[in-house]
Design a protein around this ligand. Structure first.
Ligand code: BG6
Ligand code: MG
Length: 218
């Protein structure tokens, strides 16, 4: 039985992964190295500070900076990222997402957002999609980032759903693992080969229906 769908935000509802990458790349350039897009794949789904460590490692700079300096780096990256998201519009909601949410609503399925991002609220408002969600669990409410299941369990708890009845939609390996650890099934969204651990996969939401989800997972 499926009674609730929990959605990651970045890379599932909107394509902010691109903005995260561009903002990290600018920080890397300031530090004197080039961050390639494939190196930034690993920041998908993980918290801001854990992402910074991944970026510094890509530049061979891990362990070089104090926590204070690292906080300043993360803040600088976030300022740049906020500039990108302040220009986002509803047209950036990924194809098929709203039709799928409408389908879930028609089937009386809980709709929850579960994102590591502390910028979740700003993005939902900017893209005018916040009203779809019965509950929003985000990076401001949790202590442990993905692959820890905390954000998904928190989301399920907010709508009083049993994790076994929840399906998580994720574009990142860390999120698929978080769903598994939380006792939830998962749908890997996108083409990344890193999503093979998901219960099922879709390339995008275009043409995807709740009926298909139920047929495949129930
Ligand atoms: C996740 C992104 O959703 O949020 C990560 O996939 C990002 O790339 C993380 O690092 C934290 O986001 P923010 O907006 O709090 O810096
Ligand atoms: Mg994501």
């Amino acid at each position: 039985m499926i009674s609730c769908c929990i959605f990651d935000l970045d890379g599932v509802i909107v394509d902010t992964a691109r903005y995260h990458y561009l903002a990290w790349r600018e920080l890397a350039a300031e530090l004197g190295f080039e961050l390639r897009e494939d190196q930034a794949e690993a920041v998908k789904g993980v918290s801001r500070m854990a992402s910074l460590d991944i970026v510094l490692r890509a530049g061979g700079m891990e362990g070089r900076f104090s926590d204070e300096v690292k906080m300043a780096f993360a803040m600088r990256k976030n300022e740049r990222y906020r500039e990108f998201i302040s220009k986002m519009t509803p047209s950036e909601v990924l194809p098929g997402v709203e039709d799928f949410l409408r389908d879930l609503r028609a089937n009386n399925i809980g709709i929850v957002l579960g994102s590591a991002s502390k910028n979740t609220r700003a993005i939902l408002e900017q893209c005018r999609i916040g009203l779809w969600f019965d509950a929003v669990a985000d990076g401001t409410m949790i202590r442990h980032g993905k692959p820890d299941p905390e954000v998904f369990l928190k989301g399920a708890q907010m709508v009083k759903k049993d994790p076994a009845e929840c399906v998580v939609f994720e574009d990142a390996a860390a999120g698929i693992e978080a769903a598994r650890r939380g006792g939830m099934r998962s749908v890997g969204v996108g083409k990344s080969p890193l999503l093979e651990a998901a219960s099922m996969r879709i390339e995008s939401f275009e043409g995807f229906t709740f009926g298909e989800l139920r047929r495949k997972l129930d």
